[in-house]
Design a protein around this ligand. Structure first.
Ligand SMILES: Nc1nc2c(c(=O)[nH]1)N[C@H]1C(S)=C(S)[C@@H](COP(=O)(O)OP(=O)(O)OC[C@H]3O[C@@H](n4cnc5c(N)ncnc54)[C@H](O)[C@@H]3O)O[C@H]1N2
Ligand code: MOO
Ligand SMILES: [Mg+2]
Length: 668
């Protein structure tokens, strides 16, 4: 069985800027064509402006050509130019409100904004040809929205298209693993054998596949390999669409919540927290006029001459002819309005060690060398803002103490659990064990966990070391469960790709009832990067879901994706401002030619300041397994994918670079 598909992107902008600016078209194509044994073949694609006549013309043309499924993306909202539903509606002979409801239910569970899309779904019947027709589906314009809407239909699509084409639909129904009405329901459906991803809920086993008559929970799309399938029957293409990095980062933020607020004492342990309140001074500082210098508090009317020195702080105004000795920071006594520096005086008479009389060599103006009341900070003045980081550099902690604030409201710092997966891994502490004898090359020293724990601790996160775990479902599940119970974020490395022991995605989806938000990213390194959430415990539904970052095992991939996905999530969670969630990107000058890869690449560099700005020095070979490419690296060049016209970036060119570490010392 195969179905031809036409994909029409409706967008004035993409129409003007050309196909390279179209993102939803390729996302839809990738989703359909990358399904295991995909029955879909995209035979036509086009971009139309938001013009009713033009949209109508293209869709009608494809219907005439006998395309089985037409997907449009864009123009379904309330924008002035949005007219896709109106353009398409006249072509529909049999409306499909059920499919519209399915799409809307699915996307409303994700965002209430879905209510602003006006989808139309239905069948265009081919004239004079019984059992021939085209299913037309209008999807929203955003790549994410379009994809989510299409995903909600995936299970039913083959069945629907089969029926439209005159089939009984039975074969498809069976293949989908749905219970045959005539036959008893099978215990579990094999998703590996299904032509489309199976939609299910719960952990799979023990649940009925259709809960007819009950309010169904939100359908989840399980794309992962069914671990019970035989090795030979495993997926040979990843069913996870390759998501552009920007979309992946947006998905991370969408599912990352901000930590709860707590009140902590102002002391060292506050460092590394983000303020959850604006901090205002409860008092004027200084509270009274005080001196900026060491010298003598005087009246501005005191002329040069000899004065008697008082050293006890007076409570009433001193008589004429006396002055008060004062040190920097101390309050002025009553009646004094200026301070003369000790340098502008001479001792005239002593009494033992003490000075008794001094001569003022000059006259000072009113207010000279005086810090007025509230001149450093006024009562009610904001000194720190919600979202400010209490850094280890000290300025913020000092400010809180300066205004005598004893405690502050801050966001709770996330706890991060880290685990490495892989039967081949040994801990560096165990390298003397027989498993790692020089005769055996099968073992690899675990470098991901030490590097991740190190950077997390350096950044003041609480960590939970879950150790190295083997490539078994039981171990993977136990480790993720422990992480879920004791941490806010779980980072695993390894087991994300297509190997027999790559169990992270199936474990998350099938064993822990988690949702994989993306399973592949169009980037190098880090293609199989996986981001998922694990639901809160049913007894604690108010709890936030826990985030899982299943990072690729290759060390360069693990660390780069940590900086690009995990750290931004942590920075959102710990209460930073949106503009600070991602690490800064700055323009840098290349000091050598660097090759471009077909995938957008993050090339590890040493960034050094120079008199002409930041310079980037490549760390050499960029293969993901080459851990030394990370050594000393404090930047990730953000390189575009290679094209016909551009195969490398040249020495001297300026490119953007993600700053991941401290900038070192100056180069010439
Ligand atoms: N058939 C395909 N194979 C692979 C694909 C693909 O698309 N199709 N993608 C490749 C890419 S890209 C990457 S990246 C890796 C990702 O691998 P996994 O996440 O599945 O990781 P593993 O297979 O478990 O390990 C890969 C590699 O890294 C070493 N490793 C793992 N953990 C650690 C650690 N903690 N410390 C040091 N080294 C580690 C492991 O021994 C392997 O050599 O998949 C490609 N394959
Ligand atoms: O995407 Mo993988 O991280 O290149 O090696
Ligand atoms: Mg692997």
């Amino acid at each position: 069985m195969s179905f031809s598909v036409g994909i029409l992107t409706v967008s004035d902008t993409s129409f003007r800027d050309g196909p390279s600016s179209d993102r939803s078209g390729p996302v839809l194509r990738e989703l359909l064509e990358s399904l295991p044994s995909s029955p879909y073949k995209v035979v036509s694609s086009a971009i139309a402006p938001d013009e009713k006549v033009e949209i109508h013309r293209i869709v009608e043309q494809w219907c005439k050509e006998g395309v089985d499924l037409v997907l449009t993306s864009g123009g379904t909202g309330f924008g002035v130019r949005d007219c896709t539903p109106e353009a398409v509606a006249p072509l529909i002979d049999k409306p499909a409100p059920g499919l519209v409801t399915l799409m809307l239910t699915h996307s409303l569970a994700i965002t209430p904004l879905a209510a602003l899309s006006r989808p139309v779904v239905g069948v265009h019947l081919k004239e004079g040809a019984e059992g021939a027709g085209t299913l037309i589906v209008t999807l929203p314009g955003s790549p994410k929205g379009a994809k989510e809407n299409l995903e909600s239909l995936l299970q039913l699509l083959p069945h629907t298209l089969d029926l439209i084409g005159g089939g009984s639909g039975r074969a498809v129904h069976k293949a989908l693993g749905a219970p045959d009405r005539a036959a008893p329901a099978p215990a579990a459906a094999s998703a590996a054998a299904a032509p489309a991803p199976s939609l299910g809920h719960g952990g799979g086993c023990g649940h009925h596949h259709h809960s007819h008559g009950h309010a169904a929970p939100r359908p989840r799309t399980l794309l992962s390999q069914d671990p019970s399938a035989s090795i030979a029957a495993r997926q040979r293409q990843s069913p996870y669409p390759l998501v552009p990095l920007r979309d992946a980062v947006s998905l991370v933020f969408e599912h990352t919540y901000v930590s709860p607020v707590q009140t902590l004492a102002v002391e060292d342990s506050l460092v590394g927290h983000v303020l959850a309140e604006d901090v205002e001074s409860a008092q004027n500082i200084p509270g009274r006029p005080s001196t900026n210098v060491d010298g003598y508090a005087v009246r501005s009317t005191d002329k040069p001459g000899v004065y008697k020195v008082v050293t006890e702080y007076p409570t009433t105004a001193l008589p004429a002819g006396t002055i008060y000795r004062i040190n920097t920071g101390a309050p002025l006594p009553p009646g004094m309005d200026a301070v003369i520096m000790v340098e502008d005086t001479e001792v005239v008479a002593k009494e033992g060690e003490e000075e008794k009389e001094v001569k003022l060599l000059a006259q000072v103006d009113k207010g000279e060398n005086v810090r007025k009341e509230g001149s450093d900070v006024k009562v009610g003045e904001k000194v720190l803002e919600k979202g400010d980081d209490i850094s280890a550099v000290g300025g913020e902690l000092g400010t809180l103490a300066f205004i005598a604030k004893r405690s502050a409201k801050v966001y709770r710092r996330p706890t991060v659990a880290v685990l490495s997966t892989g039967n081949e891994l040994v801990s560096i502490q165990d390298t003397s064990s027989p498993k790692h004898s020089s005769a055996s090359f099968s073992s690899i020293v675990d470098s991901n966990r030490p590097s991740l724990l190190s950077i997390l601790k350096h950044l003041h996160y609480d960590t939970l070391d879950l150790g190295i775990i083997g490539d078994t479902m039981a171990e993977t599940k136990a480790a993720l469960k422990k992480g879920k119970e004791e941490a806010d974020i779980i980072i695993s490395t390894g087991g994300t790709s297509m190997g027999v022991g790559d169990l992270l995605k199936p474990c998350i989806e099938r064993e822990l009832n988690g949702t994989v938000h993306f399973g592949r990213v169009a980037m190098k390194p880090g293609k199989p990067t996986t981001f998922a959430t694990l639901p809160a415990h049913p007894m604690a539904p108010d709890q936030n879901p826990k985030l899982v970052f299943a990072l690729p095992g290759n060390p360069a991939s693990a660390l780069c994706t940590f900086f690009l996905f995990v750290l931004p999530a942590l920075r959102k969670m710990e209460g930073r401002r949106e503009s600070e969630w991602e690490l800064p990107r700055v323009p840098v000058t290349l000091t050598s030619n660097v090759p471009l890869d077909p995938r957008p690449e993050y090339h590890r560099v040493w960034l050094r300041p120079s008199s002409t700005g930041l310079k980037a020095f490549s760390t050499g070979g960029q293969r993901s397994s080459r851990t030394v490419s990370l050594a000393g690296s404090n930047g990730l060049l953000e390189l575009p994918s290679s094209s016909e016209n551009e195969k490398e970036k040249k020495e001297g060119e300026v490119v953007n670079c993600v700053v991941v570490g401290e900038i070192g010392s100056l180069v010439a």
